[in-house]
Structure formats: C-alpha cells, structure tokens
Design a protein around this ligand. Structure first.
Ligand code: BGC
Length: 750
C-alpha cells in the first residue's frame, strides 16, 4: 500500500514537473519578460555596432512578389553585409534556409533573419477572406483557420505574418474592408484575439506558430471618402472608442508586432505619430513587441508634407516609436548619419527598437537554431493541401455564407431537379474565388461553383452553363446565350459580383453596385420568369437594391477560398443550413455611406416631419443591417428577463431570453446583445454590440440564452475623456440582428 502511494506520489510530482517544464518553455509576450532573454539581449546590444543595429531595424522584400514600389534589388548582398535583419515575400524551406545561411554565416554576429509574409486568410489552403470569416461569428473556427495557416506557413520557413488586419471599416468603398472583420469594434476585438491566438498559439517558440502583426495602426479604415491611403481626421473619442480597441485586444492577447498605417491622423502620419506609437501603444498599453512600418511609409512622410526629406522622415519615425522600416531603406540610408549628428535621444530609441526586435527573434528560438523553421520534410507533408486542412476550409467556408433572402423557401434546392442552369461570370471561375491576398494559394486548386454543383446535383440532373458576361464587360453580347440557357432550366443559379482585384489594397470603388453589365444580366435572366438564386461573390458590401427587391433567393458568399464551390453547393442543396450574419451594413446606395448600425440619434431623429435627419430620396435604413442573416429554419425570441432592474457598479446583471427553433430544420443562430446608454455626459450610440452567442437548435426545441453584463461593459470616454461608467438608464436589446431586437430597461446606480 505504502509502495503504491509512493508510486502515485512520484507520478503526481513528475506530472507537475512536466507541466512546469512545458509552461516555463512557453514563450510569448504574454509571459512576464524573461530575465534570461533580456540579459542575452543586453550582452548582444553591448557588442553591436550602430550599423549592425540599423541592420536589425531594416526589412526588405525578396524578389518573390511585391506589394508596392521596389526600391532595393540587391537584398541578398545586404543580408550578407548585416544590413538587413528581416526579409519578407520569401518562403519555401530551401529558399529560406539559403537566406538564413547568408545572415548566420556571413555576418559578424550571425544574427538570424526574421522571415515574414502576408498570410492573410490561409497560406496554401485558402480560407474565406477575413470579412467572410467574420460573418461566421464563430470564434473557435476563426482561430482554427489562423492556426492552420500558421502550420502551413511555418512549414514553408516563415516566422511572421502581416495579419490580422484589425482595422474597423465603416466605408464599403474602401477595398481593404475585405481584409478585416467589418464595422463593429466589439466583434472586431474578439476576432482580433481569436486570430492572434490562432497564429501564435500562446507560444512563439513552437515551430508551428507564426508571430502575428496587428495592422494597420491606426484608423486606416477611416480613409476619407473610402479612398485608399487618404487622410483621416477624427476625434480622439472616436479613435479610442471605435478604432483602437481591436489593437488593444490584440496586444492583450500577446501579439508580437504592430504595423503602422499609411494614413495621417489629424495631420500627423501614423508612421511619425508619437502619441499613437509610443504614448498609447507602448506606454499606456505596455506593448513589448516591435512596431514595423507599412511598405515605404517612412518615405511617404515626405509627400505627406511633414518633412522635407527622407533623412528627416527617418528621424521622425524612429523617435515616434517605429522599430523597423519596411522596404523604405530610410533607416538603412540615413539613420547612422542622424545619430552622428546627435540630438533627440535617437541612439537610446535605436537600442530600444533593436531590443524589441531581438526579443522576438529570441522568443522564436532562432538564436538556438536559425534553421528550425526550414524543414523540407515537414514542408512536403504540410504544404500540399493537406486533406484535414481542406476539410476544415470547407467547414469555415460554409459557416461564412450569409443567406440574405429566401422568398417562398426556394432554397435549399431539391436535388432531383431536371435541368439546372448555372450562369454568370463567377459561376465557373476559380481565379476570383480565391480572393485578394491569397498568399501561396494556387487558384487552380479551387473548386468552382459549377464544379461544386455538378458534384452534388443528382446524376440525372442536366446542368447547363453560360457565362453571360465577363465581370467588367462593357458590352452585352454574351447575355443572349445565358438567357437561352436559363429558358431551358427549371431553376437558375446566377453567380455575380466582383473580381478579386476589385477589393484589397488600392482597390477603392466609388460605386459599389455590380461591375460591368452584370446588373443587366441579372435583369434579363429574371425576365425569363424562372426561379433565380443569386450567388454573390465580393470583397465588400454591394449596393444591390434591385436584386434585393426582385430576386427570390440571395446568398452572400464573399470570396470563400479553396473550397468555395463545395461550400456553396452544401448550402444550395441543404447539406448545411446557413448560419452567417453580416459583420457589416449593406447600404441601399452609395449616398448613404458611411452607414453603420451604431450611429447616434441626433437632435432630430427621423420622423414624418420634414425637418428631421434624413434624405429626400432614400430611407435612413440600410438594405441589410449589421448582424443580419437568415436560416432555412426560423427562430423565435421570447421577452427578455433581467435578474434586476437596478444594478450598482459592483453588481452583475443577467439578461435571459428564450430562443425557439420554430422551423423545420435544425439550425444555428447568432443571438446578439446590444446596449444603449440613454443619456451620457456625451451622446452615445443608438445600440452597441456587447455580446453574442452562436447556438445550435433542433426543430421545436427552446433554449435559454443568458448574457452577463458588468458595469465594465458600460464604460466609455466621458466628457473629460475619462474611461468610466456613468450612472443612469440603459436599454438592453437581444435579437437576431441589429434591427430586429427585443428590449428591456435597467438603471445603473452609484
Ligand atoms: C500593405 C500591408 C502589407 C504590406 C506587405 C502593404 O502594401 O498595406 O498590409 O502587409 O504591403 O506586403
């Protein structure tokens, strides 16, 4: 007995030790700064020359692919000379090994390179664009898609991704809305955390985790008039309440790096903005990682007009808090000179920057083995579209689809249709389906919608195809053939939308309807009188009022990536009941932009009275609101029950609602909870998302959903810009989208 006890005791001790060992080897910024690493950095810094330090602060692109003006072609010579500490747009185990070797074997100190890439929505297996993934409101899946991307990218020699983009975007003209989580700060913040978790997995030392980079800091999504790179002019309140929180969330999750944005904020370019980069990010939030610029954004401070030349720009950037210069070669060319000329505490800033960069390299384990990510064997196993990754991509893709309309339950389709027409420029198109920023994804491996439909339709169903037009045609010659095909069919599936290049960087559109003659195609197909299902593929909300009014069934599918055609077919044939909800408002027309759900009431809220806040020619309501999305089943909400009607600062409030699946199918629903502060020391939005739960219900089943609210959830920046709660009356809403909600009232007392 005693012996048994002894054995059990030793097992327990070993387990604890093992756990301790495992934990103590976890390395990321969330752990307290490791004294050992800091000491190693101290000794390295003490022997580094100024040139070597500046080298660490320099990031150049390789010749793989570039996303802006290329101003350095001899990056290999620079690596060997110790003049570059990080390289991007280079991947592959063999190639990254070759580059790494140049740094480790040729330079005096042998400091390894950091290798980065834009792994935005998958690496080889491509997932839906981030805006699409956000429509899933499924944090576990979003985390998993980032995890898989990290597994694939690290197997190809990469350490660092320039993702997630956590810019809030309220203007769908801005093409980069595709890369983020949409318009809402709360949803954007929880998704930011999920992605950082997925990429970094709480341990940068593991060879299958990538250092994440929250970008673009900050307010890039608020570019005036939705035109990319345009200026941003906004109050500190809006900046702090709407645009900063997703970055703060990423920092809380231990994000290793932050990228500055191209835009100016209130007259000061982000890349030279000390308030943003140092006061808020590094001091207020305690960020210990490093700040990298966006592509040549230091150089761009010259045309911005805050400095006369690049040398001044470099000084401004480094002193504002920039640690690494992406591609601009400004630090490379001028920083040493600036230091030699003295002043400004630039040298201590350089030491701090290098410390931050070396910290990340130590956390990655690169000093122990510079080649630990260059594993040809692992690359072979993982990069060639691993079946598990593909299977999950399909799960993620179908969860990202939003059913916008389903009049007369046209969907799901009966598999035994005699003739099905699959029409439209995006119907048999793999190239666009992969979406913008598709990393090492190979579009030829995508499943087109036509292929997906063919796989799932009944073998006896005749499937006809016609393109109808190209995405941006100016002529209508091809429409006639599509109409003829539609006439022969029982049902028409019509895939329309944007090309991948129409969203993403430098892809703003002033008009956001269907490009080219696609609207004409839709009209002509509709006029055949056949039941039509419109499948939208796009990187932004589209203004499609005519389609919304006339077409009976509409699916928003964004750009779904590698498994797009399979996922859409799963929904069309009812293998999967759609559960996505819009993470962004769809306007009726461009004139309504910016339009977003958490607007303010104004002193003259809309009414029948002429002198109220409205347009003469379009309602104030959107085409589809934030949080909107249908299912093949229906959900009914009961009244909200609150456990208290009055809470103090220390209390928690519980809000309960019963949700019943009243339809014929099992399905999922995103139950959304919003709050309005009725009177504050400054005006408050009409509604703000404060929580959501994605639930699954069998037909006829009711479940109780409970939300817990603390006074912390009610905080905001008051009239003195203090982040705090104010006592008063609040409305709590729970519902199926941001407009259709039930409400309850409570009071917060001091
Ligand atoms: C984009 C960044 C991107 C970088 C590197 C820039 O043009 O704005 O989002 O990470 O290029 O490719």
């Amino acid at each position: 007995m005693k012996q048994l006890y002894h054995i059990a005791f030793s097992i327990a001790v070993s387990a604890v030790l093992l756990l301790f060992y495992a934990c103590s080897h976890k390395r990321d910024l969330k752990q307290t700064k490791s004294g050992e690493i800091e000491r190693k950095i101290d000794s390295l810094l003490s022997i580094m020359t100024l040139e070597e330090k500046i080298g660490q602060m320099t990031l150049f692109t390789s010749d793989f692919n570039v996303t802006g003006p290329t101003i350095r072609e001899n990056y290999k010579a620079d690596i060997k000379a110790g003049k570059v500490g990080a390289v991007f747009n280079a991947f592959g185990a063999a190639y990254t090994r070759e580059l790494q070797k140049m740094a480790v074997e040729n330079t005096r100190l042998g400091i390894p390179l950091l290798l980065g890439y834009d792994v935005i929505h998958g690496f080889r297996t491509i997932f839906p664009i981030p805006l699409g993934e956000a429509a899933s409101w499924d944090l576990a899946s979003i985390e998993n898609s980032a995890r898989i991307a990290a597994v694939e990218a690290t197997a190809d020699g990469l350490h660092w991704t320039f993702a997630p983009m956590v810019d809030i975007a309220r203007d769908p003209r801005w093409g980069r809305i595709a890369e983020g989580a949409g318009e809402d700060t709360y949803l954007g913040s929880v998704i930011a955390k999920a992605k950082v978790k997925g990429f970094q997995n709480g341990d940068l030392y593991k060879t299958n985790t990538l250092v994440a980079c929250a970008k673009h800091f900050v307010a890039y999504g608020a570019a005036l008039a939705g035109r990319d790179y345009n200026i941003v002019d906004m109050s500190e309140r809006t900046l702090r309440e709407i645009y900063l929180p997703p970055f703060k969330a990423a920092v809380e999750e231990g994000v290793g790096t932050i990228m500055t944005s191209f835009n100016e904020i209130n007259g000061v370019p982000a890349t030279g903005n000390r308030m943003i980069l140092t006061d808020i990010l590094k001091i207020e939030w305690g960020f210990d990682g490093f700040v990298v610029t966006d592509y040549t954004s230091i150089n761009e401070m010259v045309p911005h007009g805050v400095v006369m030349d690049e040398k001044e720009a470099g000084k401004l950037a480094v002193n504002a808090g920039v640690d690494m210069d992406m591609q601009g070669a400004v630090f490379y060319n001028y920083l040493a000179e600036s230091v030699e000329q003295g002043g400004d505490g630039t040298m201590s800033r350089i030491d701090d920057a290098v410390r931050r960069i070396l910290r990340i390299k130590y956390l990655l384990g690169l000093f122990e083995d510079a080649y630990r990510y260059c594993d040809e064997q692992k690359e072979k196993e993982l990069v060639l579209l691993h079946p598990d990754h593909i299977a999950f991509a399909r799960v993620m893709a179908r969860r990202s689809i939003v059913l916008l309309k389903n009049k007369g339950d046209l969907l799901p389709l009966d598999q035994n249709i005699t003739t099905l027409a699959v029409v439209g420029p995006l119907a048999d198109n793999k190239k666009e389906m992969i979406g913008p920023w598709s990393a090492a994804g190979d579009y030829t491996r995508c499943v087109s919608l036509l292929e997906g439909i063919k796989k799932q339709a009944h073998p006896n169903t005749r499937i006809l195809f016609a393109k109808g037009c190209n995405i941006d045609d100016t002529h209508t010659y091809l429409i006639r053939e599509a109409v003829a095909v539609a006439r022969k069919a029982d049902v028409v599936i019509l895939a329309v939308g944007e090309a991948a290049w129409m969203s993403g960087e430098a892809a703003s559109r002033s008009m956001i309807g269907l490009p080219g003659v696609q609207q004409e195609l839709v009209k002509r197909i509709y006029e055949t009188g056949k039941p039509v299902i419109v499948v939208l593929m796009n990187g932004r909300p589209l203004a499609i009022p005519w389609i919304a009014e006339h077409i009976p069934a509409i699916l928003e599918t964004w750009f779904l990536g590698t498994t797009g055609g399979d996922a859409i077919s799963d929904v069309i044939f009812g293998k999967y009941n759609p559960s996505g909800k819009l993470p962004v408002t769809f306007p009726r027309n461009e004139g309504q932009i910016p339009i977003f759900y958490n607007a303010k009431n104004t002193g003259r809220p809309i009414s029948d009275n002429k002198y109220t806040s409205k347009y003469l020619d379009v309602p104030n309501t959107p085409l589809y609101p934030f949080g909107y999305g249908l299912s093949y089943t229906t959900f009914e909400y009961s009244n909200i029950i609150l456990n208290k009607n009055e809470i103090s600062y220390k209390d928690t409030l519980k809000a309960m609602v019963e949700v019943t699946n009243t339809g014929p199918e099992k399905g999922e629903e995103v139950v959304q909870m919003y709050i309005r502060d009725l009177a504050g020391s400054v005006t408050r939005p009409l509604k703000e998302l404060k929580g959501f739960q994605k639930i699954k219900l069998e037909p006829g089943v009711t479940t109780r959903v409970t939300f817990t609210i603390t006074s912390g959830d009610l905080k905001y920046y008051d009239i003195n810009m203090e982040y705090k709660v104010e006592p008063g009356d609040f409305v709590l809403f729970i519902g199926t989208n941001s407009i259709e909600t039930r409400e309850a009232y409570f009071t917060l007392i001091e």
